[in-house]
Design a protein around this ligand. Sequence first.
Ligand code: KIV
Length: 271
Amino acid sequence: MSVNKEIRRVTTNTFQEMKERGEKIAMLTSYDFSTATIVDDGGIDAILVGDSASNVMAGHETTLPITLDQMIYHASSVVRAAKRALVVVDLPFGSYQGNSKEALSSAIRIMKESGAHAVKLEGGAEIRESVERIITAGIPVMGHLGLTPQSIYKFGTYTVRAKEEAEAEKLRNDVQVLQQAGCFSIVLEKIPAMLAREVTASLKIPTIGIGAGADCDGQVLVVNDMFGLTKGFKPRFLRQYLNLYEEMKNAVGRYVQDVKDKDFPNEKEQY
Ligand code: KIV
């Protein structure tokens, strides 16, 4: 199925319609204006301003250090670029876990200061009150279950989640809680494909998978990873569409050489 460029702006309703007609939802992350312009022009349905910015933009080991102000900076740059895509922004670690009032004021700041269209929160039943309060204020919420990187120090590793029955059962319950709370969609990260298929079939709202198999209603990847910009990162679930790290490194090498050789700038490249 080709990209439906007739859609003027993808909305949360479009997500629902896509699930109902069996059209897969394509989502990528972006954190800056230039990349988001390319991603939007390429026909993506939704852009996630993920807190993975903490890793790929700032070079932190985890997503924990990024602040709400930094997320708003990234999100506002992406919003200025996105003409068609729905823009979803992560509430960063520490901006919503305290209580539902804090969650709502963080979500309001994101919507007001960046112009984004929705927020994403990690967690299930334990964040139900926050999800409901944010949605009551008119802000669409995307859930995120399975591997939730803000809890990395609880998990201890980035390996596949919900392989054991007890964790799978909690996830089955959490997806229903998030749907009932009013989430318009749920990201399922790094869980067995069979479980993702089962919970996707059990929901009216679409699931967006990352390392969760082919039967989710949509897929999301970190754009730096799919472009091959992240050196040495090649998990099994990642399809790398370019090797930009090597291409960009080679371009830098050629530029350095041209400057050293006094080849750049030439006569046509000066005033
Ligand atoms: O922050 C992020 O990029 C994410 C995706 C991996 C789903 O949450």
